[in-house]
Design a protein around this ligand. Structure first.
Ligand code: PLP
Length: 375
């Protein structure tokens, strides 16, 4: 029995294979449950036994229900959901389909994820920066003022930043964008399964593998219905005549076993209650930051409402080396974030810890001891 871990989160831990060491890297990829892993392998077996397309047809009810569940989580209509391979694939699909002239402006927060900035540049878009407070939180009033004087083609927000504990007030931003008639796209790669992503945004996209603890290779995209008529999509020549625009953004072939298993991960989230998980992740973030305060060689960055914690080395330590030593010597899996991940926000490498709901004070104590020893 894990020290002070409440029964609910002990159960969450027991539902998945035991870790080799301490996994505090959900922001990279969460840990799937036995049931999710079983659902992948069961479907793969079925594909080999009856044929891949028969297996897919027999999973039709599961896949249809999944589309509805994902629509609920993303806050869009079911026909606005597309399944893709990853969050990046979702952004690519959007940038290909959305009517955007060259040099159209995309307004982003300084904490924007670098590969998204690269995708905007590759699409010929210009980036403008949104006004934020000292912590990097986008200011809804400032956004309103910006939209009143310059009209970007869209506002793009990472709801939860990847490199530090920063959550954006997407519901407020959505209200301001809607009033100004400027579309809001939300990158929820770090947000889905972590905080509530069902706001009134025009677009929300995410991945299965992080906070939902679903399989890798499954991403999802939700588009509000008012935009469907303006999307430029190419339907597969063999697609049904009445195929919706969101479906046309999906690959012809796909990781169906992963989608079937994502349905299991979402069912397990629902069994606990999504908002119970969001609250627990907020608590885990606060416990993590409290446990690591006052380490002599590290400073804990402030955070708001997330389980992601970033640590800044204060004595010039090489974060990549510390990350490697944590893993090799203590079995602690964390991330070294280079400034290249968020070049408008980061000035130096940070150590990222992203525990999930089953993080115990025992584990936090071991992480503290390890960081103390490494220096
Ligand atoms: C904020 C953010 N956006 C997008 C992505 C890309 O997600 P994917 O690897 O599924 O393409 C990540 C991945 O870490 C991320 O943290």
């Amino acid at each position: 029995v894990a020290d002070d871990l409440p029964r609910l989160w002990q159960h969450w831990r027991e539902q998945r294979p035991p870790t080799r060491g301490i996994h505090v890297d959900s922001a990279a990829a969460g840990r799937s449950s036995f049931a999710t892993i079983q659902a992948v392998t069961d479907h793969l077996h079925l594909e080999a036994e009856v044929g891949a397309y028969i297996a897919q047809a027999s999973a039709d009810a599961v896949l249809t229900a999944l589309r509805g569940d994902v629509a609920n989580l993303l806050g869009v209509e079911t026909d606005g959901v597309a399944f893709v391979e990853s969050a990046s694939a979702a952004l690519q699909a959007l940038l290909g389909a959305w009517p955007l002239p060259d040099h159209a402006q995309v307004a982003v927060a300084p904490s924007e994820w670098a590969p998204n900035l690269a995708a905007f540049a590759a699409r010929g878009l210009d980036v403008v920066e949104l006004p934020t407070d000292g912590a990097g939180v986008v200011d809804p009033d400032g956004l309103g003022r910006l939209l009143a004087i310059s009209r970007p083609a869209l506002v793009h927000i990472c709801q939860v930043a990847a490199h530090r504990g920063l959550v954006q007030p997407v519901a407020d931003l959505a209200r301001v964008c809607r009033a100004a008639d400027v579309p809001l796209w939300v990158d929820a790669a770090q947000a889905l399964g972590h905080v509530d992503v069902a706001t009134d945004a025009d677009v929300v996209y995410a991945t299965s593998r992080k906070w939902l603890c679903g399989p890798r290779g499954v991403g999802m995209l939700g588009i509000a219905s008012q935009w469907w008529p303006s999307l430029r999509v190419r339907h597969h020549v063999l697609a049904p005549i009445d195929e919706g625009v969101a479906r046309a953004l999906e690959s012809d072939d796909a990781h169906i076993a992963g989608r079937v298993a994502l349905a299991t991960s979402i069912r397990q989230l629902r069994d606990i209650g999504a908002s119970t998980v969001w609250q627990r992740l907020d608590e885990v973030g606060r416990l993590t930051r409290a446990a690591l305060l006052d380490l002599p060689s590290w400073s804990v960055l402030d955070a708001n409402g997330t389980a992601i914690t970033a640590l800044r080395p204060t004595r010039g330590q090489d974060v990549a080396i510390v990350r490697a030593r944590l893993l090799d010597e203590y079995g602690i899996l964390a991330t070294a974030s280079t400034p290249a991940r968020a070049p408008r926000d980061m000035t130096e490498p940070l150590l990222r810890l992203s525990p999930h709901v089953d993080c115990s004070s025992d584990q936090l104590g071991m992480i503290r001891t390890a960081l103390h020893a490494i220096g």
